[in-house]
Design a protein around this ligand. Structure first.
Ligand code: HEM
Length: 497
């Protein structure tokens, strides 16, 4: 068991950017959950027609002139000009990063094709109505094949398509600084780096750019716990606390970048570009899903839409920290979201969950007896007591970073969505009023429960004034959120579960 996470799942340091036989997405301590190389920007010459369509597609093209989606001509142009290039796709089947670039580009065309009618109605101030219900063979066959080879679902996803594989460096020598990032593909105004669409996507990338230390901290906690034979008690806990501190610092950085969303992408602009990132499951625009011509015996298929819910940082924290989620249909949606991500990210999350539970990570961090119904282990030694106190503080701080992320996220949902539109479902197909609060309340309840269990506000193991302030805020937000959700549920006539 001892080194099984470390040997059963390979976390890379060197991401081998030139090796085309590896998938574009792995997990590394250097690039975290970003693709292991900067995304491929331009497709090979066989796909010039795809390139040309994507250049002409956005509502505002790179040169500033209105594109095919401005006039509602994308669908007809695809049917008229795009041949089925499935055979050309096969030529690149051994090159997995290229497959991901093809998947990205076909998924942009597919979503634009399916949702164009909804966009045209939306800009006239009408309800979305129905999207196109059939994806023609020249889109369906290549996207299914690229997705299969690259390891995605055959519909636009967050990592392999809209967000993490969709940036280029304006100056190749200037690295991943925000000001040096540009989108490769966009639906609306996103080719302009100052637009809200660009800001929305680039802030995600800017956050994930800081995920390397998160992976590093996680691995180092596991390593220190498995080193029981090598490190004596206090030394082991000291090293474990160091790993936790790395995690807390990384999450703080991620959350600080998240705060920049307010300035980079305006709440009032979000609903206009998001039309194109809706999914084809649990959406009124696609009541019966979509027929992919020539695929699945022409029986309709359905997939969730692009969503940050497919990002890997928060699920990593959920699994590492063993945050209990309520047994509700909303939590089933959370589990389903976890299927929509690169296979290496999926495997990593599964391993972290398995090992966190197998090593009783939470019990160790909080010094609870795993066999004693949560009984607290009281360290006799002063030095060890101080170290346990530090573990508890850090564990709660890590939870607090998850709370901070999810609270800010709820504020985004309120300002960018609830105040702008009455459409009841988010792009990923979750109910807009109740889904995010399901997880946010779960984190806050976990914090309240742990703080009580370890008696953090009094006695010999008092966790101090900073802890008290943190918990006061949690209690307040817990209460405020319940009231807010009840209000939205009443206004919109929806149930709370
Ligand atoms: C304007 C900004 C944003 C808005 C309006 C927004 C909206 C949403 C919505 C509505 C959901 C619900 C799932 C669904 O799509 O059906 C969601 C989930 C999620 N989004 Fe975002 N999002 C924003 C920014 C971000 C950013 C920058 C990240 C960073 C990675 C992110 C990560 C997530 C995560 C992790 C979830 C799942 C939440 C959970 O597990 O509780 N989002 N988002």
């Amino acid at each position: 068991m001892s080194s099984s996470l470390l040997s059963s799942f390979e976390v890379l340091e060197d991401t081998k950017p030139h090796d085309v036989s590896l998938p574009a997405f792995v997990v590394s301590t250097t690039r975290g959950f970003l693709p292991r190389m900067d995304p491929i920007v331009t497709l090979p010459s066989e796909f010039e027609v795809v390139e040309a369509l994507l250049r002409r597609m956005p509502v505002k093209t790179l040169s500033g002139v209105p594109g095919l989606l401005a006039t509602g001509e994308l669908g007809d142009t695809v049917l008229r000009e795009l041949p089925d290039l499935s055979e050309q796709v096969e030529k690149y089947r051994e090159n997995l990063p290229m497959m991901t670039a093809l998947y990205r580009d076909y998924s942009f065309l597919a979503s634009a094709f399916l949702l164009e009618p909804c966009h045209m109605r939306f800009v006239k101030g009408e309800p979305y109505g129905l999207g196109r219900s059939c994806l023609p063979a020249q889109l369906s066959r290549p996207i299914v094949r690229c997705a299969e080879l690259a390891g995605f679902k055959p519909f636009m996803e967050y990592a392999g398509s809209y967000a993490l594989f969709n940036y280029r460096l304006e100056n190749p020598d200037a690295g991943l600084e925000y000001s040096n990032l540009r989108l490769i593909r966009a639906f609306e105004h996103g080719l302009d780096p100052t637009s809200s669409e660009a800001g929305f996507v680039l802030v995600h990338i800017d956050m994930v750019r800081n995920s390397g230390p998160l992976v590093h901290g996680t691995m180092s906690c596991f390593r220190d716990l498995t080193n029981v034979d090598k490190l004596p008690g206090p030394q082991q806990r000291r090293a474990f606390n160091e790993g936790l501190r790395t995690i807390v610092n990384a999450m703080q950085k991620v959350n600080n970048v998240m705060e920049t969303m307010w300035m980079k992408s305006k709440p009032r602009s979000y609903t206009s570009f998001r039309t194109f990132i809706f999914g084809i499951t649990s959406q009124s625009m696609f009541p019966d899903g979509v027929v992919y011509e020539g695929v699945n015996d022409d029986k309709p298929m359905s997939f969730r839409g692009e969503s940050g819910a497919n990002d890997t940082m928060i699920p990593l924290m959920d699994n590492f920290l063993q945050i209990p989620m309520p047994d509700t249909p909303l939590t089933e949606i959370l589990k389903d979201f976890r299927e929509y991500r690169p296979s290496k990210h999926r495997q990593f999350l599964a391993e972290v969950k398995k090992h966190s539970e197998a090593f009783h990570l939470k019990d160790y961090a909080l010094a609870l007896d795993p066999k004693g119904n949560g009984r607290i282990i009281l360290e006799a030694d002063e030095e060890e007591r101080e170290l346990v106190k530090e573990s508890r503080i850090l564990w709660l701080q890590a939870l607090d970073q998850v709370r901070d992320f999810r609270w800010r996220h709820w504020c985004f949902a309120r300002e960018y969505i609830l105040k702008q539109t009455s459409h009841p479902t988010a792009t990923g197909g979750s109910p807009i009023v109740t889904w995010l609060p399901n997880q946010l309340q779960a984190v806050m309840e976990e914090m309240i429960s742990i703080s009580k269990r370890v008696d953090g506000n009094s006695g010999g193991m008092d966790l101090g004034p900073v802890h008290r302030d943190m918990m006061e805020l949690v209690e307040r937000q817990h209460h405020t959120l319940r009231k807010e959700v009840d209000k939205y549920c009443q206004e919109r006539g929806v149930g709370t579960k």
